[in-house]
Ligand binder design. Structure first.
Ligand code: GLN
Length: 304
């Protein structure tokens, strides 16, 4: 077995000393005051090895990483029907870009750009009895951890400033691609994005996608094919207009969030999570991406 502890220790030490740590997201005011020196990494392998370093037990806002979990719940509820309302192609544009949505008549390119995630939120709102509670229950069950929760201050902060998301939702509504009221869909979406986890909890939550759709307690959550599809989408769309760069540098399916978290995985091998709140100009964690590049280069473990 590789000496993961030594490898992660080296990566953490090397990157902690970097002076350029990127910029914390400020467009959601509650995220603007997060300390950009925070830096954690957590690894869990399929055969049970688990190791975390740095700030891996401090909670952060998972933001867009939640879009993968929402999609997974939507697929579990309505299967392939999801693809009638959202596409599976990379957008090549930032997560909040609106122009394509207008040109392509209200069908978002994929479920990980904001407009696509808002459509998925609409599906969950239609099919879940108590949407927020049921979604949180789903995530707690995946992680086998009832301490995971929403951060209402973050949700509210985004509600007050989320003008572009209101624009996206209104466009979707105008193209008849939202069933529920704009206010209700965005309320759910902002709560979904406000979920907080540590690197360790995030790792446990995503374990099912490295484990053929079976969660930590080995309960089936998705079929093997459904897990394959979600991993494929993370590879092609998980980093917006930097998805190509992430595949090039890291070579794993993954998803980022503007809270500075990244989750990446090698199916049947491991899940690795990072948290470093400073972002690069494309809105992805600067040190997180560098950590993962170093990890797959040093271990020679990637999908390629
Ligand atoms: N809640 C954020 C938004 O809608 C999520 C963006 C992200 O993490 N990339 O803008």
């Amino acid at each position: 077995m590789q000496d993961y502890k030594a490898i992660l220790g080296d990566i953490h030490r090397d990157l902690s000393s970097k002076t350029n740590k990127g910029q914390v997201a400020t467009y959601i005011p509650e995220l603007a005051h997060i300390d950009k020196n925070k830096f954690g990494i957590h690894l869990k392998t399929i055969d049970g090895f688990e190791f975390g370093i740095g700030d891996c037990y401090t909670s952060f806002s998972i933001q867009s990483i939640s879009k993968v979990l929402a999609l997974s719940k939507a697929i579990a509820l309505i299967g392939e029907t999801v693809w009638q309302r959202v596409g599976v192609e990379p957008s090549g544009h930032p997560f909040n870009q609106l122009a394509l949505l207008e040109v392509e008549k209200g069908i978002p390119r994929n479920p990980f750009i904001n407009s696509g995630a808002i459509v998925i939120a609409d599906i969950l709102l239609s099919y879940l009895k108590n949407p927020k509670d049921d979604f949180l229950r789903y995530i707690r069950d995946l992680a086998n951890d009832d301490s995971i929760g929403f951060n209402e201050d973050v949700a509210l902060s985004e509600k007050i400033t989320g003008f572009k998301n209101y624009a996206a939702a209104n466009l979707l509504k105008s193209f008849n691609n939202l069933e529920n009221a704009v206010e209700d869909v965005l309320d759910f979406y902002f709560y979904q994005c406000s979920i907080e986890m540590t690197c360790s909890q995030l790792n446990h939550t995503f374990f099912f996608l490295a484990n053929k759709g079976n969660c930590l307690l080995n309960k089936s959550r998705l079929t093997k094919t459904q897990a394959k599809r979600i991993n494929a989408l993370m590879l092609s769309c998980g980093f917006y207009d930097e998805a190509g760069e992430f595949a090039f540098e890291v070579g794993l399916p993954g998803k980022s969030g503007v809270g500075g978290g990244i989750v990446a995985l090698l199916p049947n091998h491991f899940v690795i999570t990072t948290w470093a709140p400073g972002l690069n100009p494309k809105g992805n964690s600067l040190l997180g991406m560098q950590s993962l590049e170093q990890f797959t280069t040093k271990t020679k473990l990637s999908i390629f």
